[in-house]
Each structure stands twice: as structure tokens, then as C-alpha cells.
Design a protein around this ligand. Structure first.
Ligand code: TYM
Length: 332
């Protein structure tokens, strides 16, 4: 069976709606047809200033959220990145075939480095995409379900795999990004030309899955739209309306065209109220499920221990092969 793999950073107390619709929802769907690997990249999370106590807690609550939305530990391998040391070892090898200029072209690095201040940004932020390539290549993965913002990192990963293979011989599967067009980019409700992100200046346009559903519904009802009245999908002229239509469509499974015909003769108020209701219904059970999962720490630990064992088995094989190909002397 083909393999899928993806990760979500433990940098917040809650996944946001963009994380879910852009990525994690696909993880749930793909675990039926693929051998699936889903993990928490805690090593990526220390590329920005962070609080160690919060990181540990967020790593656990991220796992609980994955489970709460339907990632199944019996079908998918669930693990924490730092539990699989082979990933860091492979990162070194890959970093030696990555061009400095190539790494320097990563737009997410530039954005984040600008935010941290170019002098205080760590080297880890610079090599972040190489660690991500190792995450993927260590598992000989065919598909990587992510949102649009990860596309450039996937391109780098593919280039590194191809380069290594042609320089040292066939070693890595060249992975493909799995990006679902309709939900590849969910936008900030207050600033609908910017992606929904936990690092936005204000959280008024951010929907956290674990927030009080009433609060989230209110945020949707206060979403920025435009000065017209017509409800149609038009990302250029009506980004706010288009964002609400695609969120409602994704959560209900109703095609956008059908939603649009249903709103003929109705106004933005109806669109907002309906989308708010659909969203509130979706998030309502999540907080309780997560609390329940968090209350059984032994069970979470057991899932992660099993996941780490399985993940290490696979990653160790790839690492051994890569070490051999580059000419490291085997220890006898
Ligand atoms: P992260 O933690 O920033 O985001 C997790 C996933 O959510 C997607 N996403 C969005 N999708 C649609 N609309 C949005 N507004 C939105 N915001 C975030 C992201 O594209 C991502 O799929 N570098 C990765 C984590 C990572 C990883 C990996 C992913 C580390 N190693 C290996 C895949 C494979 C990141 O920071 O995602």
C-alpha cells in the first residue's frame, strides 16, 4: 500500500479551522486507503521562541485533537517527532546536499525571519524545511496532505530526493503534495485576503476548534464581507463571501454552486448565520472529546509509544540505506 504522512506543529492550545479543513480532515479520509503516518513536529516548534512547559502540554493536546477529529491509532501510526531520532540524523545528510541559496529562497523562512528579526532568528529556522524533508523522506512517503502554504517545502523535498537519488543511487521515494483545491487556503475572517493563522495580529478572524462554540459562531457572524449584496464565489472581488461559502461547503459537503443557488434573493446575514450555525455544530462536541482523551494520560502515552516504535522501524531502514549510500563505514 502507498503511504501518506503529515504533521501539525504544537504551537497553540487549539488547532484552527485552516489546519483542520486544509490538512487534518484529509488525514482522516486518507487513512482508509493508505498506510498513514501522522505526527507532531515538536522539533519544528522550537525554531521560534517558546515556553517548554507549554510545548509539552501542546504536544499532548495536539495528539488528543487528532484523535478527537477521527485519526484512528489502530489504522494510523501516530507519533511525536522527537521520539524518532533517525529523523534528525537524516536531516544532517540532507542538509549537506541542500544549497544555501536554495534554502534561502523559502518564502516561509523569509516571512518568519522578518518577524523574529533577521539577526535573532535561529539557524534552525533556516534549516526548518530540511528537517521537514527528512520527516517525509525517512518514511518513503507517496503523498503528503497539506495546505497551500506548505507547497514550496514539498517542492524542496522532492528536489532533495531526486538529487540524492541521482547522486548516490535510488534511495528515496519522491513524494507528491496532496492539496485539496477547495480548502487549500482558509482565510482570516476579518482580513479575508490573508490566510487564517495563529500568528495574525488579532485573533478576531481566527476560529480555534476548542473555543466556546458560541464565541466562534459570533466571530463568523462578524466576518468581513463587502459592500455589495450578491452572494457568489468570486475570490478576487468577494474574498470574504467566498471564504464563508467555502467553509460552509466544506463542513456540510454541499457543493458551493448549490449553496449559491440556495442564497438567491437572500442576503449576507443569512450566509453568516448559516455558516456560524454549521460551524458551531461541528465544533460543539470536540472540546468534550479532547478533555476526555486528555484525562487518560496513560492511554495517550501508550498510543505514542506504539507509534514511535513503528515509526522508528521504518525510519531506521531508510537511514541505514542513506548512510550506506553516502559512504559511512558501517559499525561492526
Ligand atoms: P502547520 O503546523 O503550520 O500547519 C498544519 C497544517 O495546516 C495547514 N494550514 C492551512 N490550510 C489551509 N488554510 C490555512 N489557513 C492553513 N493554515 C495552516 C498547513 O498547510 C499544514 O498542512 N511545516 C508544517 C508541519 C510539518 C509537516 C512536516 C507537514 C513538519 N513536518 C512533514 C507535512 C509533512 C507546518 O508548520 O504546518
Amino acid at each position: 500500500t502507498a503511504r501518506v504522512l503529515s504533521g501539525i506543529q504544537p504551537t497553540s492550545d487549539s488547532f484552527h479551522l485552516g489546519n483542520y479543513l486544509g490538512a487534518v480532515r484529509q488525514w482522516v479520509a486518507l487513512q482508509d486507503d493508505f498506510e498513514a503516518y501522522y505526527f507532531i513536529p515538536d522539533m519544528h516548534a522550537i525554531t521560534a521562541p517558546h515556553d517548554p512547559v507549554a510545548l509539552r502540554e501542546r504536544t499532548l493536546i495536539s495528539v488528543a485533537q487528532m484523535l478527537a477529529v477521527g485519526v484512528d491509532p489502530d489504522r494510523s501510526t501516530i507519533y511525536v517527532q522527537s521520539h524518532v531520532p533517525e529523523i534528525a540524523q537524516l536531516t544532517w545528510v540532507l542538509s549537506c546536499i541542500t544549497g544555501f541559496g536554495e534554502a534561502n529562497r523559502m518564502t516561509q523562512f523569509k516571512d518568519k525571519a522578518a518577524k523574529q528579526g533577521t539577526d535573532s532568528a535561529g539557524v534552525g529556522l533556516f534549516t526548518y524545511p530540511i528537517l521537514m524533508a527528512a520527516d517525509i523522506l525517512a518514511f518513503q512517503v507517496d503523498r503528503v496532505p497539506v495546505g497551500e502554504d506548505q507547497r514550496q517545502h514539498l517542492e524542496l523535498t522532492r528536489n532533495l530526493a531526486q538529487r540524492f537519488n541521482s547522486r548516490f543511487g535510488e534511495t528515496f521515494t519522491v513524494p507528491e503534495a496532496h492539496i485539496v483545491a477547495e480548502t487549500a487556503k482558509i482565510y482570516d475572517l476579518q482580513n479575508p485576503t490573508a490566510k487564517m493563522s495563529k500568528s495574525a495580529d488579532s485573533d478576531a478572524g481566527l476560529i480555534n476548534l476548542l473555543d466556546d462554540p458560541k464565541r466562534s459562531a459570533k466571530k463568523v457572524r462578524s466576518a468581513v464581507t463587502d459592500n455589495e449584496r450578491e452572494i457568489r464565489l468570486d475570490w478576487e472581488n468577494k474574498p470574504g463571501v467566498s471564504n464563508l461559502l467555502s467553509i460552509q461547503s466544506a463542513l456540510t459537503g454541499t457543493p458551493v454552486d448549490d449553496l449559491v443557488s440556495g442564497y438567491e434573493g437572500k442576503g449576507y446575514g443569512d450566509l453568516k448565520v448559516d455558516t456560524a450555525t454549521v460551524l458551531a455544530d461541528f465544533v460543539a462536541p470536540l472540546r468534550g472529546r479532547v478533555d476526555e482523551l486528555m484525562s487518560d494520560r496513560a492511554e495517550l502515552d501508550a498510543i505514542l509509544a506504539r507509534g514511535a516504535d513503528r515509526a522508528r522501524e521504518v525510519a531506521a531502514q531508510t537511514l541505514a540505506s542513506a548512510y550506506d549510500k553516502v559512504g559511512f563505514l558501517p559499525r561492526r
